[in-house]
Design a protein around this ligand. Structure first.
Ligand code: PAF
Length: 276
C-alpha cells in the first residue's frame, strides 16, 4: 500500500491511472475498526484500485466538540487498511486541505437543518465541503459511506445529485459488536458501565422494528422505544422519520427509520435502524 500525503502527489498518481480501471474510495477520519474495513473489503471485491483517505476534518467539528481528542493512529490505521486490501492511502494535512485564504464551503439546504443539523449546526457544511473536495481530488467511480451515519448519507446523496457528481455511492451496512453496540470510533471513550448502558440503544431499535412489523402505529412505537433506553442517556432525539428527507413520515406507506442520538457521560452516540 502506498501512502500519499499531498494533493499534488495524489493528482499526479491519479492522472497516471490507466483509463478503464475502476477506482473505489472510502473516506474516513481514521481510528479504524471493522466497520470501516468492511468498506475496503466491499470495494476490493469489484474495483481495480482501492483508495482510502484518513483525515480528521476540522470544519465538521464545532468548538467544544471532540476534534482535539478524536483518536488518531496512523500506524495502526495504515496496517489495518493494508491488510484489508487497500492500495492507496491519502493522508493530507490541514494545511493541504485548508490552506491560508481558504474560503469555499458547500452548503446543502433543507435536510441539514434537522436532527444532527439542529444539534450540530455547522457539521454538515463541513462534511459536504470535505467530501466534495475529496471526490474532486480522488475522482473515484465508486465511493462508500456507512449506513450508521444515515443523515450524512442523505446529505451526500443530495449533494452528489445536485452538483452532478459522477461517483456512484455504495452504502455499507452498520457493523455491530457481538453484544449489538454499533461500531464507532467514539466507543473507545466509553467506561465499562457506560458501555453496558449503551446496549439499550440496539435493544430499543430492535423493539421498534418488531412493533412496526406487528403493525403498531408510529406514535406508539416511538413511545415504546424511548422507554427502552437507559435513563442514564441524555437524549438529543429518538424519533421515527422518513430516511430520504429526515422529516416525519408523509403517509402510511412511507419508508421508516428510527434515528437515535444521545449522550452517555460525555460521549455522544448515534445509531439507527430501517423499520420499513
Ligand atoms: O463519516 C466520516 O467519517 C466523515 O464524516 C467523513 C465522511 C470521512 C468526512 O470527514
Amino acid at each position: 500500500m502506498q501512502i500519499i500525503k499531498t494533493i499534488e502527489e495524489f493528482q499526479d498518481w491519479r492522472n497516471g491511472v490507466e483509463s478503464g480501471l475502476q477506482i473505489g474510495f472510502t473516506p474516513t477520519m481514521g481510528a479504524l475498526h471493522e466497520g470501516h474495513l468492511a468498506h475496503i473489503r466491499s470495494l476490493r471485491l469489484d474495483v481495480d484500485v482501492v483508495v482510502a483517505s484518513v483525515y480528521v476534518n476540522p470544519s465538521q467539528f464545532a468548538p467544544g466538540e471532540d476534534f482535539e481528542k478524536y483518536p488518531r493512529d496512523l500506524e495502526g490505521d495504515g496496517a489495518k487498511l493494508r491488510d484489508a486490501g487497500c492500495d492507496i492511502l491519502f493522508y493530507p494535512t490541514d494545511l493541504q486541505m485548508y490552506p491560508s485564504g481558504y474560503s469555499t464551503y458547500v452548503s446543502v439546504e433543507g435536510i441539514t437543518s434537522r436532527y444532527e443539523g439542529s444539534f450540530r449546526p455547522s457539521h454538515f457544511r463541513g462534511v459536504a465541503t470535505i467530501v466534495c473536495k475529496l471526490l474532486n481530488i480522488v475522482r473515484p467511480h465508486v465511493v462508500t459511506f456507512g449506513e450508521k451515519d444515515a443523515q450524512q448519507v442523505a446529505v451526500i446523496q443530495r449533494m452528489v445529485a445536485d452538483l452532478n457528481m459522477s461517483a456512484k455511492i455504495r452504502l455499507i451496512p452498520t457493523l455491530r459488536e457481538v453484544d449489538g453496540l454499533a461500531m464507532s470510533s467514539r466507543n473507545v471513550y466509553l467506561s465499562e458501565s457506560e458501555r453496558r448502558e449503551a446496549l439499550t440503544i440496539n435493544r430499543a431499535l430492535n423493539r421498534a422494528k418488531e412493533l412496526i412489523a406487528e403493525g403498531e402505529d408510529v406514535a406508539f412505537v416511538e413511545a415504546e422505544m424511548r422507554a427502552a433506553i437507559s435513563p442514564e442517556f441524555r437524549l438529543d432525539y429518538f424519533d421515527i422519520i422518513d430516511p430520504a428527507t429526515f422529516d416525519s413520515p408523509a403517509d402510511q406507506n412511507a419508508p421508516l427509520m428510527a434515528v437515535f442520538a444521545g449522550y452517555i457521560g460525555t460521549t455522544r452516540l448515534i445509531d439507527n435502524v430501517r423499520l420499513r
